[in-house]
Write a protein that binds this ligand. Structure first.
Ligand code: SAH
Ligand code: F3S
Length: 436
């Protein structure tokens, strides 16, 4: 029997794609290897969004090649594979195979070629590809990522994703619903719908609001999350569907990127600071307990200190509950590469550090206020350290609880007893004592 070891970097869609590759290879008789040590095939599923993500992968490949033995194969897949293609084969001699996100269906034959000594880069775009017939081989657990849209048609000037993942396309609503109905039978009660601009989902006859309602109507689906939406795709219909579908969780991750209108314009984001805040207002009116997280880039080309100050003030004005912050990283071939006034690295680093401090302090303040609250939490998995279990609330708070491992998949009422600033500790509430 052949064995496959796969390592995943980057976003949730990559996690889902790795499960898909395991599905493709399982059909071809492969079994999963837990370590690279004696795997016949090692795949690294990569991210290309920032330079440091790529550097990490290059470093890791140096380590993995030491596990290579006669006949075993090292492959690079994912966004960096798509971006660099044959260049990767040239630069990293230990790499036998390069496959972009639209080429996973052909992995068995590509691996056969690689085994015959032929080094190939498979980076063709297939805008029809949804892998509809290939079941993902998911980690056991109560939650699942479900890709509903691939690619991106937006053209944010900093972003490599439209190049690495090709044009936007949505799966048919009934295919998505069918998959989720089957997942429920395997014990899954929470699904996260994935797409680069997921709320622009449209299958020709149904929009994202229809999708939320249809998934919410699947028996056994207790929670729906989605990532990442685009601000201006939150139409009144979508917001209405969120508010009236009980399974839709009270959390939204809504990337803003910058709080300065001039920077947003240079980024080719299709909204202003004011419009973004208006969308948040609409979401909060429709779902009063919704929490909001975001993505922010510091040091975009031409960003002045005054423009950066507007981003800092937006953190407070938008009352974000959390934010993922990044230093701008120039991506070859993107429009932003050619913009004037690239910000010096030390200036960008210093801004990022200030931004992180503001975000952390605000998250901590928000979370301290929540200590004492009682929330429904889904027990997901053992926590990394100790013997506590990790649970998640509808508002996307992580809470450590002392329940047996057999409680995975159960919903419990949990009282927040403390916070590190980002995660919580909690105690199980006796059902009769639970107050919401
Ligand atoms: N729409 C996608 C965005 C993918 S990239 C989504 O699903 O979220 C994820 C985040 O990485 C972006 O929101 C942005 O904040 C950040 N990012 C993308 N390109 C970047 C770059 N060139 N430099 C720094 N951060 C970047
Ligand atoms: Fe990238 Fe903008 Fe699409 S951030 S993934 S081009 S919406």
């Amino acid at each position: 029997m052949k064995s496959i070891y796969i390592e995943t970097y980057g976003c949730q869609m990559n996690v889902a794609d790795s499960e898909l590759m395991l599905g493709v290879l399982a059909r071809d008789g492969y079994v999963r290897a837990a370590t690279p040590d004696d795997a016949d095939v090692m795949l690294v599923n990569t991210c290309a969004v920032r330079e440091n993500a790529e550097q990490r992968v290059i470093g890791r490949m140096g380590e993995l090649q030491r596990h290579k033995r006669a006949g075993s194969i090292l492959g690079v897949v994912g966004c960096m594979a798509q971006r660099l293609g044959p260049i990767l084969l040239e630069r990293v001699p230990a790499v036998d195979l390069v496959v972009g996100p639209d080429g996973y269906r052909n992995l068995p034959e590509l691996l056969a070629h690689a085994r015959a000594g032929e080094r190939r880069a498979e980076v063709e775009y297939r805008s029809w590809e949804h892998y509809e017939d290939i079941p993902q081989l998911r980690e056991p657990g109560p939650t699942a990522f479900v890709t509903v849209q691939r690619g991106c048609d937006y053209r944010c000037t900093f972003c490599i994703v439209p190049t690495t993942r090709g044009p936007e396309r949505s799966r048919q609503l009934h295919d998505v619903v069918g998959e989720i109905a089957a997942l429920v039978h395997t014990g899954i009660s929470e699904v996260t719908l994935l797409g680069q601009t997921v709320n622009s989902y449209h299958d020709g006859s149904h929009g994202f609001g229809d999708l939320l309602r249809a998934v919410g109507a699947v028996d056994g689906v207790r929670r729906i999350r989605f990532t990442s939406p685009y601000p201006t795709d939150f139409t009144p219909e979508v917001i209405e569907a969120m508010a009236t579908t009980p399974a839709v969780c009270e959390h939204v991750h809504l990337p803003v990127q910058s709080g300065s209108n001039s920077v947003l314009k240079r980024m080719l984001r299709r909204y202003t600071r004011e419009r973004y805040l208006e969308v948040l207002e609409q979401l909060r009116t429709a779902m009063p307990s919704i929490t909001v997280s975001t993505d922010i880039i510091a040091g975009f080309p031409g960003e002045t200190e005054a423009e950066f100050a507007e981003t800092v003030s937006l953190v407070t004005d938008a009352a974000f509950d959390d934010a993922y912050t990044f230093k701008y990283s120039v991506r070859e071939g993107t429009p932003a590469e050619r913009l004037k006034g690239h910000v010096a690295d030390d200036v960008a680093s210093e801004r990022l550090a200030r931004l992180i401090a503001v975000v952390r302090a605000q998250t901590r303040r928000h979370n301290m206020r929540r200590v004492g609250e009682v929330h429904e939490a889904l027990i997901e998995r053992p926590a990394k350290r100790g013997d506590l279990m990790l649970a998640r609330t509808r508002q996307n708070y992580l809470v450590l609880v002392d329940v047996p491992a057999s409680a995975v998949g159960e919903y419990r009422m949990v009282r927040f007893t403390g916070t590190t600033g980002s995660t919580f500790t909690g105690s199980i509430e006796h059902p009769a004592l639970a107050v919401l």
